[in-house]
Design a protein around this ligand. Structure first.
Ligand SMILES: [Zn+2]
Length: 432
């Protein structure tokens, strides 16, 4: 019998802890079997995974694909292509589009545009109508349309009563979660980068850590009171992380993600990166980076997500004050995290799979992704070469925008192949 696809000679990460290489047999979009390397059947298509890890496809639960309203910066096709190149088989778009994704019709529209993309593109939807922060959007109707993540990302849901009502709504909606951009708008008004010495040197207003800490503190208390599910987007401070860790110990339903940039870069990098180094919440201090790195390793933090935020050069070729906040990152997520944490011996490959695949899929309720590579599972796979050394060339990335903080960065580890529902979408680090 001839198999549809065999991924040959790679090694599996936990839970099987297989140290011997295997052949993965794929049929009808699923993993049909796992055999010792060399024992796989003849196949119509064969992907070489020798010297590489065969992992569940990565999952990025915070991407901005700028559709509708910002397609000069990115669209779903370019965003999904970058995701596939990064081994990301599923992602969740943020709803701060123009207009915002705040109705079932909008949800259906953007998901229809994502059909056929080389990544399983999902969308979140607004907590408040029009992201205006005045009244709740129809969360129940958008849940019925398939949405699991609700957020006003880009803006914080600041009003206590609205946030409480939103969290309360998730109690009835199994798998639904309120994802917060945790920065108190009053405290960050006019703020450009982290409040601290670099902001002072550059003569710009700062965004204080307290703006994040106070919102996370309030939201945890609301989640505790309502029993609702709460997720912190792009958490950036050591103190907010401690609040999340304590709330988890208390049994509150809270999770938190961290971006690759907040695990590596500090406010000092803003002077080198210029407007590319501007994002919200801002790059913080070395002490925060150290704490967040420990947190993503020991479980205080749950997941890595990129906040992939493309901006057309016209939105970044200006002053730091006027520049749009955000950095691209979906295509480089896995390689940056691997280089910084796994290749340096601080994180195991098992924990890597947890934070870039399993946990984000669970948080955002993404079925069919983030599951162990095992017979019967959907064949959403990233084949990752842990030793390949490469240098990020921004003009070679798939994004329509250039605002990567990793330009010229030497990385260790690269996605070799990406398989989506059994179909290779990236082969030998090229789009198929
Ligand atoms: Zn945000």
């Amino acid at each position: 019998m001839t198999a549809e696809l065999v991924i040959s000679g790679g090694r599996l990460v936990a839970p099987t802890d297989a140290v011997e290489p295997v052949d993965l047999v794929v049929e009808d979009g699923r993993i049909a079997g796992i055999l010792p390397a060399g024992e796989g059947p003849a196949a119509r298509r064969r992907l070489d995974a020798s010297d590489a890890w065969v992992m569940p496809g990565f999952v990025d639960i915070q991407v901005h694909f700028r559709t509708p309203g910002g397609t000069e910066s990115e669209d779903i096709a370019s965003g999904a292509a970058g995701a596939a190149m990064g081994g990301v088989t599923a992602c969740v778009m943020m709803p701060n589009t123009i207009p915002p994704i705040d109705s079932p019709d909008m949800v259906h529209d953007v998901l229809a545009m994502a059909a056929g993309a080389p990544c399983d593109v999902r969308t979140s939807a607004c907590v408040t109508a029009g992201r205006a922060g005045e009244r709740l959007a129809d969360i129940g109707a958008m849940y019925a349309a398939g949405v699991r993540v609700f957020t006003d990302d880009g803006d914080c849901v600041a009003d206590d009563a609205l946030m409480e009502a939103a969290l309360a709504a998730t109690v009835e909606l199994r798998g639904g979660v309120i994802s917060q951009h945790a920065e108190d708008p009053a405290m960050v008004s006019g703020g450009v980068i982290n409040e601290g010495p670099v902001a002072e040197r550059l003569g710009v207003r700062g965004r204080p850590a307290e703006a994040e800490i106070s919102v996370v503190h309030r939201d945890i208390e609301l989640a505790r009171r309502t029993g609702g599910r709460y997720h912190v987007l792009h958490l950036s401070t050591a103190a907010a992380m401690e609040l999340v860790a304590q709330a988890k110990r208390d049994g509150v339903q809270v999770t938190a993600e961290v971006t690759p940039q907040h695990l590596v870069l500090t406010e000092d990098d803003v002077e080198r990166l210029g407007t590319t180094g501007k994002m919200n919440p801002p790059l913080r201090l070395a002490d925060d980076v150290g704490a967040l790195r420990r947190g993503i390793i020991d479980g205080a933090l749950d997941a890595v997500a990129t906040d992939h935020a493309p901006h057309h050069p016209s939105l970044k070729d200006c002053s730091l004050v006027d520049a749009a906040p955000g950095m691209i990152g979906v295509e480089t997520m896995a390689a940056v995290v691997w280089s910084e944490l796994v290749a340096t011996g601080q994180m195991t490959p098992q924990r890597f799979v947890e934070v870039v695949s399993a946990a984000p899929a669970r948080i955002a309720g993404i079925d069919g992704h983030g599951r162990p590579v095992a017979a019967g599972s959907p064949a959403n796979i990233a084949v990752f070469d842990p030793a390949e050394a490469w240098t990020v060339r921004v003009d070679a990335l798939q994004s329509r925008s250039l605002n990567s903080p990793w330009a010229g960065q030497a990385l260790t580890g690269r996605v070799r192949h990406t398989v989506l529902s059994g179909s290779p979408v990236v082969v030998d680090s090229q789009l198929a």
